[in-house]
Design a protein around this ligand. Structure first.
Ligand code: DAH
Length: 344
């Protein structure tokens, strides 16, 4: 019987398809059961010799058997394809470290500024800011240096041409002390501020002098602020900054805006005061100027004479960093030399 033959071929084909292991075997099975020379094809070819009734029933059976075999072939083919997918070649190792992005960082002067702001904030100070382009009044007159005062020579700076409307002369500030006045004009004691910022001076540059540099002003005012407070705050600050016990020494000096005035030194950060190469045997390192705020400065800021007292100091930020990091030339800071910057 033809129909039995067809069923047998279909069953046999499906069995073989199920156990096929690869694409080659699938193709061989397709040729064997559905190919031009297959038994199935010769059955289909013989259909024309059958009676019309037989042709119809056998024809239908043959078509559905062919479809079943084709579907089984396609399905198995798909399965084999998926199984043989080359996962190893497609693998991405997500644990391999990525190519590092080149990233810059803050300039050493910005780093040190942030560092000292943190220390002073923890000591109850506020950060005050002032303009780098200043007036003659805030830079000199208000700081007890009237026009023609000889002390002005010490702060020779760059003057800016006035447009004629400006009644006060303008200049690049030679120190951060003007911020004292600007802050006191708007605040009542007790007050504690620091003011780090850029300053300018008209001078020949060398390893210790630059025309553009950073200063760091401190001001503490109240009714009974004394030199003892200055010494304590200064020792606290330097000890935290250098991460070792530092003591402060005062020497008499002169600044128009303080009375009395001091130069202050810190115990040598290398030998602690015993005497070494860094401190040239003396045990002390010069840091900057300080003093008790002159009453004339309070008066210029709008305070009554004699009511308040306070201390102030000012020194170069670069100098502090040079001491701590053993930098030999101040001109490196603004050189823009990436080899210098990269070391911080
Ligand atoms: N402004 C001074 C300078 O540039 C430094 C200074 C000295 C600041 C004494 C002060 C001070 O506040 O009290 O040389």
């Amino acid at each position: 019987m033809l129909s039995e033959k067809i069923n047998k071929i279909r069953n046999e084909a499906i069995l073989q398809i199920q156990s096929a292991a690869n694409e080659d075997e699938i193709n061989a099975i397709r040729v064997k059961f559905l190919g031009r020379k297959s038994e199935f094809t010769s059955i289909l070819k013989g259909l024309k010799d059958l009676s019309p009734d037989e042709r119809k029933s056998v024809g239908q059976l043959a078509n559905s058997a062919k479809r079943e075999i084709e579907e089984a072939l396609a399905q198995k083919g798909q399965e084999i394809k998926q199984k043989s997918f080359d996962f190893a070649a497609e693998k991405i190792d997500i644990t391999i470290p990525a190519v590092k992005m080149k990233r810059g960082h803050l300039h050493p002067l910005t780093q040190i500024q942030n560092e000292l702001e943190d220390i002073f904030i923890s000591l109850g100070f506020e950060i005050a800011d002032g303009p780098e382009v200043e007036t003659d009044f805030y830079s000199f007159d208000a700081l007890n240096m009237p026009p023609d005062h000889p002390a002005r020579d010490k702060w020779d700076t760059f003057w800016i041409k006035s447009d004629g409307e400006q009644k006060d002369k303008i200049l690049l500030r030679p120190h951060t002390s003007p911020v004292q006045i600007r802050h006191m004009e708007n605040h009542e004691p007790p007050l504690r501020i620091i003011s780090p910022g850029k300053c300018f001076r008209n001078e020949a540059t060398d390893a210790k002098h630059e025309h553009t540099f950073y200063q760091f002003e401190a001001l503490m005012v109240g009714e009974d602020v004394s030199v003892a407070n200055f010494k304590f705050i200064a020792e606290q600050f330097f000890s935290r900054f250098f991460k070792k016990k530092i003591t402060v020494r005062l020497r008499p000096s002169f600044f128009p805006f303080t009375e009395p005035s001091f130069e202050f030194d810190i115990s040598c950060t290398v030998c602690g005061g015993k005497g070494c190469q860094t401190c040239k045997g003396g045990g002390w390192l010069e840091v900057g100027g300080a003093g008790m705020v002159n009453q004339n400065v309070f008066v210029s800021s709008g305070y009554p004479r004699g009511k308040y007292q306070g201390f102030a100091w000012g020194f170069g930020l670069e100098r502090l960093l040079m001491m701590r990091n053993k930098i030999t030339d101040i001109r490196f800071f603004h050189s823009g030399d990436i080899r210098f910057i990269k070391q911080f």
